[in-house]
Design a protein around this ligand. Structure first.
Ligand code: SF4
Ligand code: SF4
Length: 183
């Protein structure tokens, strides 16, 4: 993919003309019904969240202030098709500093959940979830690494209760979600 296309895909750097048909006026209400995201309309775009966000410091595209504005404007399709929403580390720095008590991290979580409900999940997240189901760990830990731990006298890693993990995935419906989502 050409670099300009990549920039367009991530979608927040270049100037874009908004069409009224791109906006879903009901989206902000849909979001504000989700626990933790109720205060989305209180954002007055001061930019404190972006200034303090550790991800925004290292990524030219991730701007929590902009995500909140896009949500207010109802740019649902752009938000839910944009991988930038998956960059948030859920550190809650923005939440602690927001003068309007907007639950930015919860709003980002709501956007991610809607993306998954729509049938899409970034490949890295899907892999991690599958690893948890198979091994109890988000990352597959190689035999070499386990051997090195042993050589260094470190204790063995705790064994995951895979039966409980599988039960949890089933009860929450996450097993079915994992089967269905595309990356
Ligand atoms: S800090 Fe709060 S009010 Fe300011 S831009 Fe971010 S979400 Fe909006
Ligand atoms: S919770 Fe997400 S948006 Fe907020 S400061 Fe941390 S990384 Fe940035």
């Amino acid at each position: 993919m050409a670099e300009t296309e990549k920039i367009q895909e991530r979608g927040t750097k270049q100037k874009t003309v908004l069409k009224i048909t791109d906006m879903d006026p009901k989206f902000k209400y849909e979001i504000s019904k989700i626990p933790g995201a109720e205060k989305v309309m209180l954002c007055f775009q001061c930019g404190t969240c972006t200034a303090d966000c550790p991800i925004a410091r290292f990524d030219d595209f991730y701007r929590p202030r902009k995500l909140i504005r896009m949500t207010q404007l109802g740019l649902k399709d752009r938000l839910l098709s944009n991988d930038v929403i998956w960059l948030c580390s859920t550190c809650f720095t923005c939440v602690d500093h927001c003068p309007q008590d907007v639950g930015i991290a919860s709003i980002v979580r709501a956007l991610r959940n809607l993306t998954v409900e729509g049938g899409r999940m970034p490949v890295g997240y899907k892999e991690q979830a599958s690893n948890i189901l198979k091994t109890g760990y988000a990352y597959v830990i190689s035999d070499l690494r386990l051997k090195k731990r042993q050589q260094k006298g470190l204790p063995a890693l705790p064994k995951a209760n895979l039966e409980s993990v599988a039960k949890l995935f089933d009860i929450t419906g996450f097993s079915k979600t994992l089967e269905k989502v595309r990356t």
